[in-house]
Write a protein that binds this ligand. Structure first.
Ligand code: ZN
Ligand code: MN
Length: 438
C-alpha cells in the first residue's frame, strides 16, 4: 500500500528577554551555576504573585505577525495543571483557548503553504539532572530555567515530507533570528521540537484517525531521523492490518528508533482554567499595529532587496540572506565601499573566498578588496617595465636561473611585487619573467 505522511510540528522557543516571564530573575540561564537565578515566583513558593513580562508578550505578537497570524484583541493566560518534579507550582502558566496569535501561514520554496495554528506564550520548567553521587543514582533539579519565557508555535498537519519539515524548521529558525527574539540554538535548548505524524492512504483525502507524537527532538537531524523511522514503522503496522492509536513516543538517538512513552492524554486531563493572578490582556488595534510597524525586514524581503537594489543573482542573494549577521555585514560594506567597489565584488568575496567576517570590519574589508583589485590592476606594460628592471638589477639570480636553478623565479616574482607595492598580479609576473628568461 502507498501512503502519504501527514506531519505537524510544535516548536518551543525560549525568548531572549532580559528577565523571566513572571519575575525579574535573569532569563539567560545557559551554563549558569544551578539555582542561582531564582526567586519565590519562579520557585513557586506559596503567596508569590506573577507579573507578566511585557517584552515577551510583544515579541510573541511580533513573531505571530511575521508568520501572518491574526492577533485577537482579547487574550488571557491559563493554568495547565500537571505534576512533575520540574514544575514546582503543580501547574504551568500557558494559554489555552485564547492564544496571542492564530491562523497564520508560511510559504515553502515549492509554493506550498503551511498553516500556523497558533503562537502562544508560556513559561519554561526547571531542568532535571540525572547524576551519580557517591555511587547512587540521583535526580537533581535546577530552577534557573523555571519561568523563562517560552513561545510555542504550532503548525497545522500540512507538512508532507521530511524535506519540507527541514526547510520549514531552518526558515523558522532564520526568522526568529531576524526578529531578534531568540537565538534559536537547538544545542542550548532554546529551540525544542515535537512532531506529530500519521499516514493516510495515498488516494484518501481524510485525515487519519490517529496520530503519534514524537517528543524532545533536539536537533534537525534527529527530527528527520525520527520521522523517517516512524514512517517505516507505521507503514508496517498499517500493512499488517493493525490499527494505530494516539500515543507519545520518544526518540533513542543511539539506536535511531522511537519508543512508546505513554498513551496520549487529552486536553481535559490538564484541567485548564483561567490564570486568576494575571488579568486578561486587551489590545487596542493601534497597539498591535504599532508592533506590526516595528517588524524588521524579513529573510524573503531581504533577499528580494539584494536582488533589486544590489543586482545580485538569486543564488548570491539567498546565500547572503541566510544569516542576518552576514547580510548586515554585506550591506554595511557596500555602503562603505560604494565609490570603489561593486556590490557583486563584495558578495563574491564573502561567498566564494569565504572571508571570515568576524575578522574584518566593513571598512577593513573595503580596504582589503581595493588593495586586491589594485594588485591586478597594474597595466601589462607597466609590469613588463618593472620585470626588465628587476632582471637588470639581479644579474646573479638570472645566471642561477640559466644554470638550472629554476626556484629563483619566485625570488624574482617577489622583487617585482616589492617594486610595484603588490599591484602586479603574481601569475602574470611569473609568465613575463619566464618569457624574458627563455
Ligand atoms: Zn524568579
Ligand atoms: Mn507547551
Amino acid at each position: 500500500m502507498f501512503y502519504k505522511s501527514i506531519i505537524g510540528l510544535e516548536i518551543h522557543v525560549e525568548l531572549k528577554t532580559e528577565s523571566k516571564m513572571f519575575c525579574s530573575c535573569p532569563a539567560d540561564h545557559f551554563g549558569k551555576k544551578p539555582n542561582t537565578q531564582t526567586c519565590p515566583v519562579c520557585l513557586g513558593l506559596p503567596g508569590a504573585l506573577p507579573v507578566p513580562n511585557k517584552k515577551a508578550i510583544e515579541w510573541t505578537i511580533l513573531t505571530g505577525l511575521a508568520l501572518g497570524c491574526q492577533v485577537p484583541l482579547f487574550s488571557k493566560f491559563d493554568r495547565k495543571n500537571y505534576f512533575y518534579p520540574d514544575l514546582p507550582k503543580g501547574f504551568q502558566i500557558s494559554q489555552y483557548d485564547l492564544p496571542f496569535c492564530q491562523k497564520g501561514s508560511f510559504r515553502l520554496e515549492n509554493k506550498r503553504t503551511i498553516g500556523i495554528t497558533r503562537v502562544h506564550l508560556e513559561e519554561d520548567t526547571g531542568k532535571l539532572l540525572h547524576k551519580t553521587v557517591r555511587g547512587k543514582g540521583v535526580t537533581l533539579i535546577d530552577f534557573n530555567r523555571s519561568g523563562v519565557p517560552l513561545m510555542e508555535i504550532v503548525t497545522e498537519p500540512d507538512l508532507r515530507t521530511t524535506t519540507e519539515v527541514k526547510e520549514f524548521l531552518k526558515k523558522l529558525q532564520q526568522l526568529l533570528r531576524y526578529l531578534g527574539v531568540s537565538d534559536g540554538e537547538m544545542e542550548k535548548g532554546s529551540m525544542r521540537l515535537e512532531a506529530n505524524i500519521s499516514l493516510r492512504k495515498k488516494d484518501s483525502q481524510e485525515l487519519p484517525d490517529y496520530k503519534v507524537e514524537i517528543k524532545n527532538l533536539n536537533s534537525f537531524r534527529f527530527v528527520i531521523k525520527a520521522l523517517n523511522y516512524e514512517i517505516e514503522r507505521q507503514k508496517k503496522v498499517l500493512d499488517s492490518g493493525k490499527k494505530l492509536g494516539l500515543e507519545t513516543r520518544g526518540f533513542n538517538e543511539n539506536k535511531g528508533i522511537t519508543f512508546v512513552q505513554r498513551v496520549k492524554e487529552e486536553a481535559q486531563d490538564y484541567r485548564y482554567f483561567p490564570e486568576p493572578d494575571t488579568p486578561p490582556i486587551r489590545w487596542k488595534k493601534e497597539e498591535t499595529e504599532k508592533i506590526r510597524k516595528s517588524l524588521p525586514e524579513l529573510p524573503e524581503e531581504k533577499k528580494e532587496k539584494l536582488i533589486k537594489t544590489h543586482q545580485l543573482s538569486e543564488d548570491y542573494a539567498r546565500i547572503l540572506s541566510r544569516s542576518l549577521k552576514t547580510v548586515e555585514f554585506f550591506e554595511k560594506t557596500v555602503k562603505k565601499g560604494k565609490k570603489e567597489l561593486k556590490p557583486e565584488e563584495i558578495a563574491n568575496l564573502i561567498i566564494n573566498k569565504r572571508i571570515d567576517i568576524n575578522q574584518y570590519s566593513p571598512e577593513g574589508l573595503v580596504k582589503y578588496l581595493v588593495k586586491q583589485k589594485r594588485k591586478v590592476k597594474l597595466p601589462l606594460k607597466e609590469v613588463k617595465k618593472v620585470v626588465s628592471e628587476v632582471l637588470r638589477e639581479n644579474k646573479k639570480a638570472v645566471e642561477d636561473f640559466k644554470k638550472g636553478k629554476t626556484t629563483v623565479i619566485e625570488f624574482l616574482v617577489g622583487q617585482v611585487a616589492r617594486k610595484t607595492k603588490g599591484q602586479a598580479d603574481p601569475n602574470q609576473t611569473r609568465k613575463i619573467l619566464l618569457e624574458k628568461l627563455k
